[in-house]
Design a binder for this molecule. Structure first.
Ligand SMILES: [Zn+2]
Length: 503
């Protein structure tokens, strides 16, 4: 959990807090909540009405491009963030799609762990249902897929599409063959990249090859003649996320439906090599991720507990545990260490029992329905703001077109016209993200969704998935010498029985 701070000051308003005071208030809040501040952005305008906010725009740009990563944006008061309703609607959507929560530290706003949890659950829920709603659209695309017809988007390098069917582009195919054969000879991405760039080859988008473009080509089954559709899920913002693979059931594969550029056995060999590399990566190297870190504190002295390991014999599997950080550094605490797998399993068990048990689900669903209604109303308000803006832009475009027809100089107006069209596209994109049927969500839908997610999450054995569950649901874990207290973000008044600790 980390935060960025934004402060703005306009000198014509005498009653405003200075930037220093705003930043101080935000920093103090972050300290209290335990969020490290990763960056501070400020703007000092001569007048509140000037449109000049370089600091703000830089921040939005950093957030969009992922240059700055945080879970919270802290401002002193809400009016520091947006100057009008349109601004507010646009930039709140930007924050939401980057997973950032806006908090005005001086205004009573609900930022309890409970509401943070409910919001992230609701986000997952909205995504789940918008995916299901798009099934109808998908049906038509699936039909295309079975006929191995082109479904739109980029044509992969090495192919042409004629009348909706794939054929090999003999000018480009050698590039694909070179990439596969170099990889099979044991060359790495950098070596392949250098060779391609040296030969002057470009990607489909007309850019020099990078690591990602080579990765995507080596992973694309079309080159072995397999037609696949629905390889990557779309995010809410419409962009595909290629690194996450869909469940096999949702992928349509039609072997031999596309002319192959690479022999099937070569393609398979490449996939095996790539899978192997992934498995030996540092992350998967057996249980070294202490995923409770940051949530566990020592019940005796309040210091953080951190992961550690020791092995009694050389070569033996080490014993892993969590230990009080103060004790480790200064020996100034009488607490005992606790076994890693024991504590982790206990915490996951508590989450499973309390968040997902049959009798707790209706209460959780009830809270989510309320939140969904609130959000739905907010979305409806935003939609109106965006639609008004769209109408306004259309009017302006109409005026320009008319002026050009009436003989005004095109060159002068074309820049303005382009600008308006670009804004129109942006607004339409925002409108698309608003079209989740939040106010139609019922308790039954939520229970169905939560039961599905529960199974999904608890069945997954890998450490990263477990970390996600803990991050989402657990507020804090206190380890005492004779018991463990797990505080969940959502309090159902559950029994708070601890269990014995120790090694
Ligand atoms: Zn301690």
């Amino acid at each position: 959990m980390s935060a960025v701070i934004y402060a703005r000051f306009s000198s014509d308003n005498q009653r405003e807090e200075s930037i220093t005071a705003q930043v101080r208030a935000c920093t103090e809040y972050a300290r209290r909540k335990g969020y490290p501040v990763v960056k501070v952005y400020t703007d000092e305008a001569r007048s509140a009405t000037t449109d000049d906010r370089p600091g703000f725009l830089k921040m939005i740009d950093d957030i969009k491009s992922g240059r700055v990563e945080a879970q919270f944006l802290l401002v002193h008061k809400l009016d520091r963030f947006a100057r009008n309703r349109y601004d507010s609607a646009v930039y709140r959507r930007t924050l939401a799609s980057a997973g950032i929560r806006l908090i005005a530290v001086d205004q009573p706003l609900d930022d309890s762990p409970e509401s943070v949890l409910l919001e992230s659950l609701l986000e997952g829920l909205a995504e789940y249902y918008s995916k299901n709603l798009s099934r109808e659209v998908m049906k038509g695309m699936k039909e295309n897929a079975y006929q191995a017809r082109f479904n739109g988007g980029w044509v992969p390098l090495g192919y042409n599409v004629i009348d909706g069917h794939y054929s090999i582009n003999e000018q480009e195919a050698p590039v694909i063959r070179l990439i596969f054969s170099m990889f099979l000879q044991g060359h790495g991405y950098i070596k392949i990249m250098d060779k391609l760039n040296e030969l002057g080859y470009l990607t489909r988008q007309g850019r020099p090859f990078g690591k990602n473009s080579i990765y995507e080509i080596l992973r694309n089954p079309k080159y072995a003649g397999y037609y696949t559709y629905n390889r990557a899920p779309r995010r809410l913002n419409g962009k595909r996320n290629w690194r996450i693979r869909k469940d096999e059931g949702e992928i349509i594969t039609v072997p031999g439906a596309v002319p192959a550029i690479i022999p099937e056995e070569d393609f398979k060999k490449v996939q095996e090599i790539m899978d192997g590399r992934k498995k030996t990566g540092p992350r998967q190297k057996s249980g070294e991720l202490y995923f409770l870190t940051g949530k566990v504190v020592c019940g005796e002295c309040g210091a953080a507990m951190v992961g550690n390991s020791s092995s009694r014999k050389a070569g033996a599997e080490p014993v892993r545990y969590y230990e009080c950080n103060r004790k480790m550094r200064t020996r100034d605490c009488g607490s005992r260490r606790i076994r890693k797998d024991y504590l982790e399993n206990y915490v996951l068990g508590v989450v499973e029992q309390n968040m997902f048990s049959r009798d707790k689900l209706p209460e959780l669903a009830g809270k989510l329905v309320m939140l969904a209604r609130d959000k739905g109303r907010q979305n409806a308000r935003d939609e109106k703001v965006f639609n008004d803006e769209l109408a306004d832009i259309d009017k302006k475009i109409g005026n320009i077109v008319k002026a050009i027809e009436d003989g005004a100089e095109y060159d002068i107006l074309s820049g303005r016209l382009k600008e308006l069209k670009k804004r129109k596209e942006e607004i339409q994109e925002h409108l698309n993200t608003l079209r989740t049927p939040l106010s139609d969500i019922t308790e039954e839908m939520i229970i169905k969704y939560l039961s599905a997610t529960q199974k999904d999450m608890m069945d997954r054995p890998d450490q990263l998935s477990k970390k996600k569950i803990v991050d989402l649901y657990v507020h804090e874990i206190k380890v005492f010498s004779d018991k463990v207290d797990v505080m969940l973000k959502l309090d159902f008044g559950a029994d708070k029985d601890g269990v014995g600790g120790g090694t």
